[in-house]
Design a protein around this ligand. Structure first.
Ligand SMILES: [Zn+2]
Length: 237
């Protein structure tokens, strides 16, 4: 069994010291103000602890701080009101975060025209939500309101089973949508990660390089180099 670290984020972390929903209201994520910076640093620290340093989607360990992203479950583009809503924030690894953003932008392009015709702004429809939220309402807190596995309201293992070799099995529609949306079973990604784990498991740097040479037959040289460099950097820290 693969250790998933946490089923869901519980309890919901508090606003970091010196910040509050009221003082953050109206600010943008990239505004660069002290309030926003302290919020980001503080919430990242709190979430890392709650999530046992694991990604909210794939449950892999997040080693590097720079590759640990604060993920807005309901996108802040469509729903700016939830930018600093703590229950909308979780940490995701770089791969999952990038994949989810890609899914969202493709989705928006595909649906924008259709929804605009009906007179409803397309960004009010968010792929992770069952229904669009219009107007000023509190962030949804019931599992029935989400189409994807939400890190605060769903117990992960009830929806997604991670099998040996990091293959993801969706047990419910929510689990299946999440796996598809974040491309958890993307073959290229899975292979690269398996390669990374094999090389990591080797003792010293030299042993790792010897192992890397052996992998060149099956993987692109660029991928192997990338994985080795990342592994060496990781060990230095
Ligand atoms: Zn991930």
């Amino acid at each position: 069994m693969i250790n998933i670290g946490f089923e869901r984020i519980e309890p919901v972390p508090n606003y970091p010291d010196g910040t509050s929903a009221a003082t953050l209201s109206g600010l943008t994520w990239s505004s660069g103000t002290n309030q926003v910076s302290s919020f980001k640093v503080g919430i990242k620290k709190a979430l890392r602890k709650s999530q046992f340093a694991r990604c909210c989607f794939c449950r892999r360990l997040m080693y590097h701080d720079y590759a640990t992203h604060i993920e807005h479950f309901v996108d802040k583009g469509g729903y700016p009101a939830y930018t600093f809503e703590i229950r909308n924030l979780a940490l995701a690894c770089g791969t999952c975060n990038t994949n989810k953003n890609g899914y969202f932008s493709t989705w928006a392009k595909r649906f924008s025209k259709r929804y605009m015709i009906r007179g409803i702004p397309y960004n009010a429809y968010c792929p992770v939500l069952k229904n669009q939220i219009l107007g000023n309402v509190n962030f949804p807190t019931s599992s029935a309101e989400f189409r994807w596995v939400n890190p605060y309201v769903h117990n992960y293992s009830e929806h997604i089973e991670i099998k040996k070799g990091w293959f993801f099995h969706g047990k419910t529609p929510e689990g299946k949508r999440t796996i598809r949306g974040v491309k958890l079973n993307d073959v290229g990604v899975v292979e690269k990660r398996a390669l990374s784990e094999r090389l990591e498991a080797r003792g010293g740097k030299l042993s790792m390089l010897v192992g890397a040479l052996g992998e060149l037959e099956q993987h692109r040289a660029r991928d192997v180099v990338e994985v080795v460099v990342a592994a060496i950097k990781r060990r230095r820290q």
